[in-house]
Design a protein around this ligand. Sequence first.
Ligand SMILES: Nc1ncnc2c1ncn2[C@@H]1O[C@H](COP(=O)(O)OP(=O)(O)OP(=O)(O)O)[C@@H](O)[C@H]1O
Length: 257
Amino acid sequence: MISLRHIYKSFDTPAGTLAAVNNVSIEIEKGDIYGIIGFSGAGKSTLLRTINLLERPDSGTVIVDGKQLAELSKGQLRQERQSIGMIFQHFHLLNNLTVFDNVAFPLKIAGMNKAERRKGVEECLSILDIADKIDAYPAKLSGGQKQRVAIARSIANHPKVLLCDEPTSSVDPQTTGDILKHLAHINRRLGITIVIVTHEMDVVRAICNKVAVMEHGVIVEDFEMNNSNYVPKSKIASYLFKSENFYAEEVGGSLHG
Ligand SMILES: Nc1ncnc2c1ncn2[C@@H]1O[C@H](COP(=O)(O)OP(=O)(O)OP(=O)(O)O)[C@@H](O)[C@H]1O
């Protein structure tokens, strides 16, 4: 579903050129919940953002659902991005719009008429169990409710892929469980492939079936979570395999294990 091949992305900094992502190749299959973990500054968010070309790699190839994104025209890329949803740590809702208008926004851009937009918004809000907030403004919602609205918005155009950048880092553990339950649900029921950047090992244990560990811009190891014979190489992966699955109950047991 997603092939990243030899991705390189650097930034100019006062200290010189920084290789935030340095020759990374990964393959993500349809239906995966693929975790990208690593310490702060490892390059996780930058790598995630290359998948929809929010960050254009300096070199390397990004292929999503068979299409090489860098080769598309502006219009084709806009179209293709509709099949790649994204959510963020700080939700990125438009505060001057109601929940309805936030979720309807991508549908309007996709050219849907009013009746289609209403139907689409109602469907997505009901999948996320937040239909009762349709007329509320984001300021009146809790962090967990805001993230559920953001997820509803991200799936409004029926994407094939959902990119999640630290989706639970701004909420408490109970709310994290609720958000994970909804992410697991849209993966299972709607068949949406999920890529998730997180520093929370409980989140990875609860929903990821595959994991890549990043350090200093490179992938130092990748593995399947249900491989009980796997011997972790990095410190962070060793930690990942050690502890209990805190959110297992919320997502209905180990999702892929
Ligand atoms: N636009 C930018 N300009 C300059 N440097 C950047 C830019 N974006 C990221 N970086 C740098 O690239 C490196 C990787 O950043 P990135 O945000 O991808 O890491 P991360 O693993 O997601 O870290 P965190 O968990 O702290 O967000 C960091 O050193 C960061 O400071």
